[in-house]
Design a protein around this ligand. Sequence first.
Ligand SMILES: C[S@@+](CC[C@H](N)C(=O)[O-])C[C@H]1O[C@@H](n2cnc3c(N)ncnc32)[C@H](O)[C@@H]1O
Length: 337
Amino acid sequence: MRTWVVIAPPAEAESVRQSLRARGLLRHGVRVARSESDVLFPVTAAPEPPIERTRVEERELPAEPATPRSYRELVHLTAELEALLPRAFDVLGDVVLIRLPPELGPHASEIGAALLTFVPGARRVGWDRGVHGEARLRQLTPLAGTGPWRTRHHENGLEFVVDPEAAYFSPRLAREHARIASEVLPGETVWDLCCGVGPFALTIARRAVAHRIVAVDSNPAAIALLQENARRLGVMDRVEPWNESIERFVPSAGTADRVVLNLPHEGIKYLPSVSAAAARGGTIHYYEVTRREDRSMRGGMLVSQLADPFAWACVESHRVHPYSPQSDLVAYTFHRE
Ligand SMILES: C[S@@+](CC[C@H](N)C(=O)[O-])C[C@H]1O[C@@H](n2cnc3c(N)ncnc32)[C@H](O)[C@@H]1O
């Protein structure tokens, strides 16, 4: 494709790219080209004033593939850095979150711009630097786009207001939210401990078979979002929100037929008290990050942590998603006779 190009020496390429992007001059749909002595950026017009140590010419450059199959095709890096580009990213409503290795830090804005272009309907892209603290809040660095992190996310036919900076939410748990809701039996009392913005509790509430659903979280922002979601989904009267810690809630809460405990790194410390509060015939859905090599034995080991372990069995476990090169998030189901 014939286009104007800004020609820069390789050592200046990154600063020239940033300057062109900041001025909105980079031309989409045409590939950046390289020779040994130059990097050629396709532009919609010559920069005015010109960028130092560059020249502008008209050249023939290859067009980008019409519809990229991955955002990776829209990022122009050395082969070594390109190999570090993650394949996966999370989409929460119109917000896109991606985890990046530190080596890609200098290229994070370009990666953000590529995701903004690639993901249909994306409004804002952030660098997800992981979840931290008791509330499991994400540290987010804005990369591209505008507006707040708060957004509306759809899963299992329901709309949730989420705010990844204020309260935990993971779009990777959608199937679990639906699975647990489908297993609830008529008349059960269900506790969703560590409920976040309510995807387990509210998906269960929409099925309207439980007798009582209690949703507990120590993060006030999570409970506020859960209440907002319950109102929007028309299930306010079916869910009891508790802004409380598990430690304070469980001792005086009576018994539950079904408990969801999704606190993957620390939930184990609550298994004794939570299992003691489970009714006969009760079920615990427990989530944990488990080393892959430990998986086959782990269910049995966890049962030994439960109050009255001989009354309990681990009846099922499965991988929810990979967590790290050596570990997975695993869902365990414990059943009390
Ligand atoms: C991994 S998130 C789970 C959120 C939700 N279940 C979901 O599927 O989206 C863990 C949640 O537990 C809450 N939390 C952490 N420690 C807690 C505790 N001791 N008592 C109650 N909630 C706690 C955090 O605020 C966070 O919202």
